[in-house]
Write a protein that binds this ligand. Structure first.
Ligand code: SAM
Length: 361
């Protein structure tokens, strides 16, 4: 397939477009991007017939900041006849063999979401047809490709596939998280999503285990601290504001009324550093670098507030800088990743893991 379809947050199409253009170029793949404001998706149109296939395979989704999900696809199929939308879509997927799952989706916009009920209903006959032509296996299979049909309007869809080892496991790339009724703030979902996104599930038991020590910079009222406490960690919460009382009653939280830019941990026993201070992104990045160079944490999750313009450029510069500064300071073993998560608005979330060879602590 020639093209790559990418889902993003509405309003971030230009950033997603700038990113895919640059990253495809780095892989020697030329093309151009079609993106409209507030569509919540962009399409990279390759020049060669297999450019979309190559990108779906060779460009790690995890390395993209602004894309939630991506799949190789053909050109837009429009004017789908209401009496038979199944046949043209099945025909467009004839080249896909033995996929393990079918997802009929929409972009994440209010207008497109009105098609959700239709998508659910339409999945049933489409699934039957795709099984019949051998594009879809009889039983779901987690390691086979995923077929995506994305309705961008009634009678208009992009269709294609993603590879299960290089795509989001979530429908439309959006994890469905439940807001815990006793959490002190909605921000709690940002850290919950970050843990799910950045830490493989099979490693939660080790890297998010009970008893680890954590520092939360800019903690109040306590939404992020709540996620750490919930996992059984001991938390030093740094903020001049008031912390949620119930969280303090847990006995797992020490509240320091201090400046997060000046606070220093007394003991070298901090595993998690998290930071949600509303500050200039370069200043937050500098603080994280300082903590990393001092060896004050093993893993960090922090937010970078986004500027109004050139957001991709700004984020990539900060990450490249951080990379260089860590290396210059003798830190060679680390993992740095950044994502515009579903629960992020005008910010991105960064994960920095100062990975020891073994074991984790
Ligand atoms: C977006 S809120 C954090 C919300 C929190 N993560 C939650 O889930 O409830 C930002 C917090 O950072 C704190 N903050 C901003 N600058 C700070 C600084 N220099 N030192 C400590 N806290 C700071 C603010 O007081 C505010 O409570």
């Amino acid at each position: 397939m020639k093209n790559l379809f990418l889902y993003c947050r509405a309003g971030y199409e230009k950033d997603c477009a700038a990113e895919i253009q640059q990253r495809a170029g780095e892989l020697g793949i030329g093309g151009f991007v079609k993106a409209n404001n507030d569509d919540a998706f962009v399409v990279f149109q390759g020049f060669a017939d297999d450019d979309g296939d190559r990108l779906a395979k060779d460009l790690p989704l995890d390395s993209l900041v602004f894309a939630r999900q991506m799949f190789a696809c053909g050109d837009l199929i429009s004017d789908l006849p209401p009496e038979d939308r199944v046949s043209p879509i099945s025909a467009a997927l004839a080249g896909v063999e033995r996929a393990g799952e079918l997802r009929v989706e929409t972009p994440d916009t209010n207008e497109a979401k009105e098609l959700s009920a239709f998508c659910r209903k339409f999945t049933v006959p489409l699934r039957q047809a795709l099984k019949k032509q051998g594009s879809l296996l009889d039983k779901e299979h987690a390691r086979r490709p995923i077929i995506h049909v994305c309705f961008v309007g009634s009678g208009k869809a992009f269709v294609g596939y993603s590879l299960s080892n290089n795509s989001s496991p979530h429908y439309m790339g959006i994890p469905r998280l439940k807001f815990p009724s006793d959490a002190p703030s909605r921000s709690t979902l940002k850290l919950d999503e970050a843990f799910i996104h950045f830490i493989p599930r099979e490693e939660h038991e080790i890297r998010l285990r009970s008893g680890l020590n954590a520092v939360d910079l800019g903690a109040c009222p306590g939404g992020w601290t709540y996620q750490l406490v919930r996992r059984g960690m001991m938390v030093q919460a740094i903020d001049n504001g008031p912390m949620n009382e119930k969280l303090m009653d847990s006995g797992q939280v020490t509240h320091h009324r201090a400046d997060g830019f000046k606070f220093e941990p007394l003991k070298r026993n901090v595993y998690w550093l998290v930071c949600d201070m509303v500050e200039k992104p370069a200043r937050v990045a500098e603080l994280m670098e300082h903590w990393a160079i001092q060896g004050w944490f093993k893993e960090a999750i922090f937010n970078l507030k986004l500027p109004m313009k050139s957001r991709y450029k700004e984020v990539s510069q900060i990450l490249a800088n951080m990379h260089a500064i860590l290396k210059e300071n003798g830190i060679h073993e680390f993992h740095l990743a950044c994502k515009h998560l579903y629960h992020d608005r005008d910010e991105v979330t960064v994960h920095l893991w100062l990975r020891p060879s073994s074991p984790w602590i």
